[in-house]
Design a protein around this ligand. Structure first.
Ligand SMILES: [Mg+2]
Length: 253
């Protein structure tokens, strides 16, 4: 299936844009387990060039934790919003600012552990401030994993919210999402006054698309399968990288 040409985003205006990129399924392809989804040297070089040309107005906005993202992106140290905005770490700061109470997840952690023991191939990604239950390696357990997460969210009486993703359900403290993370990042010196551009691939990115649209920015969803608030589409990770390369090359002529 080819790219849908009318939906392709225009080239980035690197002098004016603030660029926010999701990680999994956007910057790197989805892998069987989170640890296997790593950027190659070409992607790291691309990010380094973008950060310089955007004068630092580049951030990764992901469901992963900040420490995990730093490890994946080393030796780069970019501005990152992790755990759907529960952690925000500007590029120059030593530590992330965290919002959310890890203690809220204690009962859910025990219940999810019991679930993974009963369902081989499912695995917990424990991000301290959030708990993701992956069933990519055992898709038949998906329905039961969803029901467990729904039940645990209901039992928290509003303290935890359920975030669905691709072959994953996640519980995290209520009140933060990628849209709020982008709003916060836009107040930082590197980003203030710029036009927000957000690229993502999943339902978790829709809150980010809505915020960017409200602010007159550009929203881009990767893939063509699902309805989206994004105004533009790119077919896959390779098309996204080609679009970024094109934006860089256009302006360096
Ligand atoms: Mg993603």
């Amino acid at each position: 299936m080819g790219k849908s040409i009318p939906d392709d985003p225009p080239a980035l205006d690197l002098a004016r844009a603030a660029l926010f990129l999701d990680y999994d399924g956007t910057l790197v392809g989805i892998a069987p387990t989170p640890a296997e989804a790593r950027p190659d040297q070409a992607v790291l070089a691309l990010l380094g060039r973008l950060e310089r040309r955007l004068d630092g107005a580049l951030a990764i906005v992901s469901g992963r934790g900040v420490a995990d993202l730093d490890l994946m992106l080393a030796p780069l140290r970019l501005t990152v919003a992790g755990l759907h905005g529960l952690e925000v770490r500007p590029r120059g700061a030593a530590m992330p600012v965290c919002a959310g109470d890890a203690g809220l997840l204690t009962p859910a952690r025990a219940a999810m552990s019991a679930f993974t023991e009963r369902n081989p191939g499912t695995l917990i990604e424990d991000k301290r401030l959030s708990l993701a239950l992956h069933y990519r390696l055992n898709p038949n357990a998906g329905g039961a994993a969803e029901r467990l997460a729904e039940q645990l969210a209901a039992e928290s009486a509003g303290a935890l919210r359920l975030q669905r993703g691709k072959m994953v359900v996640e519980l995290l403290p209520a009140g933060r999402d990628k849209g709020r993370a982008i709003d916060d990042l836009l107040t930082l010196d590197d980003f203030v006054g710029r036009q927000p551009v957000f690229v993502g691939d999943d339902v978790t990115d829709e809150a980010g698309f809505r915020v960017v649209n409200e602010r007159g920015g550009m929203s881009v969803r990767i893939g063509s399968a699902e309805a989206t608030a994004a105004r533009y589409r790119l077919s896959d990770v390779a098309a996204m990288q080609a679009w970024l390369h094109g934006s860089l090359d256009r302006e360096s002529v």
